[in-house]
Design a protein around this ligand. Structure first.
Ligand code: GTP
Length: 205
């Protein structure tokens, strides 16, 4: 099971990104997220079948401390800013710190500059995002929740990188102090929790 999280200021597009990834279509009007919303999906990456637990965290300050205490031993995540919102970029470091608190050691992180379709309103140049990611030593993509390919590329890269690390036993479970390599013993018995199946090539269902 790969638990991953989307973190970033309120309104950067986290819920829309998840919706687009799982459903492949235009998101309907989406209400703001309260706390942490969970979606599970069943994917095949190469020869490996994985269960991805996608946690969509509210960007509202009210939820920050509860998110910070959410010890999920995450294997990966996206830190997301909005290319049209300066503040959301300035808060990237804050979200990285929160991610480190709630993730397994050496978990994989990717920076996303979202709303790339809003180029006319851009205040954060792509190069700035690239440099930020370089400083953090992580990958970077610009995405748009309205461009399914940009979302797929980011998810595929994240999941591939997590898989590689898990296989090399590079991700460490902080609580158990053991290598994180578990896979579900009986995938079928858990089927009811997989509420969404992405309509993409990687789907195994
Ligand atoms: P919280 O739940 O409050 O943390 O917000 P969020 O980060 O989940 O943002 P959400 O997905 O609810 O999107 C906020 C607004 O931005 C909505 O009006 C979306 O339609 C819009 N939006 C999200 N992604 C994009 C995008 O890529 N491009 C454009 N133009 N608008 C987007």
């Amino acid at each position: 099971i790969f638990p991953i999280i989307l973190l970033g200021d309120s309104g950067v597009g986290k819920t829309n990104i998840v919706y687009r990834y799982l459903n492949g279509e235009n998101p309907p009007i989406i209400e703001e997220t309260y706390g942490i919303k969970e979606n599970n999906t069943h994917l095949r990456v190469g020869n490996d079948q994985i269960l991805v637990k996608i946690l969509d965290a509210s960007g509202k300050q009210d939820y920050e401390s509860s998110i910070n205490q959410f010890d999920a031993n995450l294997l990966g995540g996206f830190i997301i800013y909005d290319i049209t919102q300066q503040n959301s970029f300035e808060n990237v470091d804050k979200w990285v710190k929160i991610f480190k608190n709630i993730s397994a050691e050496n978990a994989e992180l990717i920076l996303l500059g979202n709303k790339s379709d809003f180029d006319d309103y851009r205040v954060i140049e792509k190069e700035k995002g690239e440099n930020k990611a370089k400083d953090l030593n992580i990958s970077f993509y610009e995405t748009s929740a309205f461009d399914v390919d940009s979302i797929k590329i980011a998810f595929q890269d994240l999941l591939k990188k997590i898989l590689e690390k898990v296989k090399k036993k590079l991700i460490i479970d902080k609580n158990e102090e053991k290598i994180y390599t578990n896979t579900p013993e009986n995938v079928e018995s858990n089927e009811k929790i997989y509420t969404n199946e992405p309509e993409n090539d990687e789907s195994n269902e």
